[in-house]
Design a protein around this ligand. Structure first.
Ligand SMILES: Cc1ncc(COP(=O)(O)O)c(C=O)c1O
Length: 380
């Protein structure tokens, strides 16, 4: 008989998801949004997984957000058929969106330019279907989107409304600049800037005699602190489902809430260098250094024991493709670790770390048993 899969035996490096923590994170955010009277449309760009989506929408209307057409198709095949693609269109993504809409998926898209509107309208016409479109508004992130007070906002909204293949579904923003703040107070200010900006955009669209039923906002940091969401109809946080070391530094979760770790094996114990070398390098952990320059700089991730308990002071300081070096390891710790031992690493940025892995080894609690394997849909 095959032994049951366990963190003691599965090949490493491997991506481990703690289902209990993920459910708790989902429930907390769900309650937060419900008590503030807005819908939750979780962003699945981090999880890229139908099983995680299912637990994220429990008790909510069921709509989800994605960042690629591939995620949209993957989730739709698995029964999630109200999908918002929250990235402005390219010719190929417009084509993919229209194909899914023609197959009966309730797909909504973004546009922030007349060229984007044309791509969506032409693709929808080619597939004999209609697409719902939200105008993307830039409330301070300065990535994509039109400023709330701009002429472009109304020009894009009018173009969507005028296209027979498109339906103007509303306005949408992402307060991604929340990631750059230094304090909770500043974070609350960004959350209000996001809310006020998108609500002002909706008012201008309505004042121009156009429909604007949906007013969509959100990131994990803003959704985690915001109190007043008047005028907003839905929020779209995503990384809250897992959390990570960066989010813990922002104060949107505790390290004990982080549901994602990378399981790794010790390849070398080097007392001469005060160093442990792991089989989790840049590919398995990512080279995201979001916490660099902060007092809580976690290098490429915080080292934990096999049960997921953080080992104080140990972080992955350096990575090669398949090696991760933990430096400045106290002698007494080096004396307890052997080649072949297993550890876990808490990721700095869950979205980037998860991206190199094609599945989750799902665990529940501190035990080593792998209770399920959940597939991810990477790529484009
Ligand atoms: C448009 C959009 N909405 C929502 C989110 C989710 O935000 P977070 O990753 O902070 O959970 C993102 C993340 O990049 C996004 O780009």
């Amino acid at each position: 008989m095959e032994p049951s899969p366990s963190l003691e035996t599965v090949p490493t490096p491997a991506l481990v998801l703690d289902r209990g923590r993920c459910e708790r994170n989902a429930r907390r955010m769900g309650e937060r949004m419900a008590t503030r009277g807005v819908g939750l449309r979780p962003h699945l760009k981090t999880a890229k997984c139908a099983e995680v989506a299912a637990l994220a929408i429990r008790g909510h209307p069921g709509g989800v957000t994605v960042s690629t057409v591939r995620e949209a198709a993957w989730l739709a095949e698995r029964g999630l058929r109200d999908v918002r693609l929250a990235v402005c269109p390219s010719p190929t993504s417009a084509e993919g969106s229209a194909r899914l809409a023609a197959e009966g998926v309730r797909l909504s898209c973004l546009a922030d330019s007349l060229a984007g509107v044309a791509l969506l309208a032409e693709a929808a016409a080619r597939h004999g279907t209609r697409l719902a479109v939200l105008v993307e508004v830039d409330t301070g992130e300065h990535r994509t989107g039109v400023p709330p007070e701009s002429e472009a906002l109304l020009a894009v909204a009018r173009a969507v409304h005028a296209a027979p293949q498109l339906e103007l579904a509303g306005v949408l923003t992402h307060g991604g600049h929340a990631y750059g703040v230094a304090s909770r107070q500043e974070l609350a200010a960004v959350a209000e800037q996001e809310r006020a900006g998108v609500v002002a955009a909706a008012a201008r669209v309505r004042d121009a005699g156009l429909p604007c039923p949906e007013v969509s906002a959100g990131s994990t940091p803003t959704a985690s602190v915001v109190e007043d969401l008047s005028g907003v109809t839905e929020m779209r946080p995503g990384v809250y489902l897992f959390g990570d070391v960066f989010q813990a530094g922002l104060g949107t979760c505790a390290l004990d809430d982080v549901a994602l770790t990378v399981l790794t094996t010790v390849l070398a114990v080097r007392p001469d260098e005060g160093q442990l070398v792991l089989d989790a390098g840049g590919l398995a952990l990512s080279k995201d250094r979001s916490t660099s320059g902060r007092p809580d700089d976690a290098g490429y991730g915080l080292v934990c024991d096999l049960a997921g308990k953080v080992l104080p002071g140990l972080r992955v300081d350096d990575v090669h493709q398949e090696h991760g070096a933990v430096r400045h390891v106290p002698v007494e710790v080096l004396g307890r670790v052997q080649v072949g031992d297993r550890l876990r690493v808490l990721p700095v940025h869950a979205c980037m770390t998860a991206a190199a892995h094609d599945r989750y080894q799902v665990v529940d609690g501190d035990g080593p048993d792998v209770v399920a394997l959940w597939e991810r849909c990477n790529g484009w």
